[in-house]
Design a protein. Structure first.
Length: 84
């Protein structure tokens, strides 16, 4: 298929663990959120990561839920634009 975008799932968490993005903070884990992925976004071109963004404050917001802006489309598009 000549699609510009390919999306994948990670049902076993193998990719999440390989990236080092598994959330292990005791807060979320303590309420049953096992194997949750940290909120992140990346831009990769032909398998090379060109831009990586992580929304996390390990002390106050390990999930990045309170300030996801760094991982939302506008921030990622701005980062991609600055690469050129």
């Amino acid at each position: 298929d000549d699609s510009m975008l390919t999306m994948y799932g990670d049902p076993t968490g193998a990719f999440t663990k390989a990236l080092g993005m598994e959330m292990t903070h005791p807060g979320p884990v303590g309420v049953g959120l096992l194997g949750r992925c940290k909120r992140h976004a990346m831009y990769a071109d032909d398998g090379v990561v060109k831009s990586f963004h992580l929304a996390e404050d390990p002390e106050h917001d390990p999930a990045g839920d309170e300030f996801p802006e760094e991982t939302l489309a506008p921030a990622l598009l701005e980062a991609i634009g600055s690469l050129k």
